[in-house]
Design a protein around this ligand. Sequence first.
Ligand code: ACO
Length: 397
Amino acid sequence: MVAQQQPGDLRHARTGIELRPGLDGVPATQSSICDIDGDQGLLTYRGYPMQDLAANSSFLETAYLLIWGELPSSDQLADFEHAVQMHRRVSFRVRDMMKCFPASGHPMDALQSSAASLGLFYSRRAIDDPQYIYDAVVRLIAKIPTMVAAFQLIRKGQDPIQPRDDLAYSANFLYMLTEREPDPLAARIFDCCLMLHAEHSLNASTFSARVTASTLTDPYAVVASAVGTLAGPLHGGANEDVLAMLEEVGSAGNAGAYLDEAMQAKRKVMGFGHREYKVKDPRAVILQALVEEMFDRFGHDDLYDVARAIEREAESRLGPKGIYPNVDFYSGLVYRKLGIPRDLFTPVFAIARVAGWLAHWREQLGANRIFRPSQIYSGSEPRSWMPIEQRVTSPAA
Ligand code: ACO
């Protein structure tokens, strides 16, 4: 059981600054990458509404926009897409390392380790060289999907398959994962999911990325620390739990009783609630439309009826507290229909979010000061060393 820190009137003795658990509402940086209006349900990347990007852009174009601040010209986009395509392969050494990972391990742990290992191969740490920055961006965006797909095949006892140069970014990932060339609509919907997950201001993993970046370490360490943070069930890991919850509920008729029981037990409903949004997450609105498009084309999934019933029943129970579906509520249903295994949902989130992490890495380097917050000490007063034979077993041990 994890105890939740409560807001109180604790103040720092020297500065008088109030403790805000989880830094709720505390600005920790200035950023021009993404803006959220949590009351109106608006999300913009570099000023462009998410809805426009989802309808018109591609993941790689959106990544370019996030990282370099402006939409690319056609030459810039072609160069970027070509560079990413050229760097999709990963060294046989990384693949061999992944073969030593336990097949039962979580793919997020495999991704964190393999992302960190890239630092061994490209270790110049020349973070004031624009070419190094461009190359690192390209490598990370190109290689992370390859590593996610490679671990999936390796844990099934197969050799990873090589990227296909004739396939665009998202289609190639689905091909490397499922060993089948995807339907163009499935690839387009997946690409749209990546855009929706690419960035979301100073969430936990992005904050991790910026803290790590502020030490001026290499971008592979920045991404690896962010992957570790994204893995938790209160963050990127929630989309796995949503599907487990939908299965547990089982049918639309059980939704109300499930919610009542969860609320009575003070259990969080997965895929609901967001620190920033007090209305339905705009990404959940777009995702829901994608879910319906997928089911129209590729066949219905009964779990969608369960999800809609939960959303309906939650309106009167959680809505008054400003708790509505977040991005994770519908994303799992899309991924399930695409044939993506459940424990790869969060690695897929990481494939997308690497764009936001890298945008924040660049921004952090542009105006860096190492993060070093303070704390309010609540431990014991200074005390004398106690020889081991005089100690009693403490309750915590
Ligand atoms: N189900 C039920 N009640 C909830 C939920 C939920 N999903 N989320 C928040 N609440 C309630 C809390 O119980 C609390 O109620 P109280 O004031 O009566 O005690 C109140 O709303 C505030 O909740 P906090 O946990 O303090 O809100 P916080 O802003 O810290 O947490 C978070 C946000 C972590 C996303 C939370 O809503 C949650 O745990 N949701 C479920 C997990 C989830 O879906 N995570 C994915 C988030 S999106 C993403 O990371 C991509």
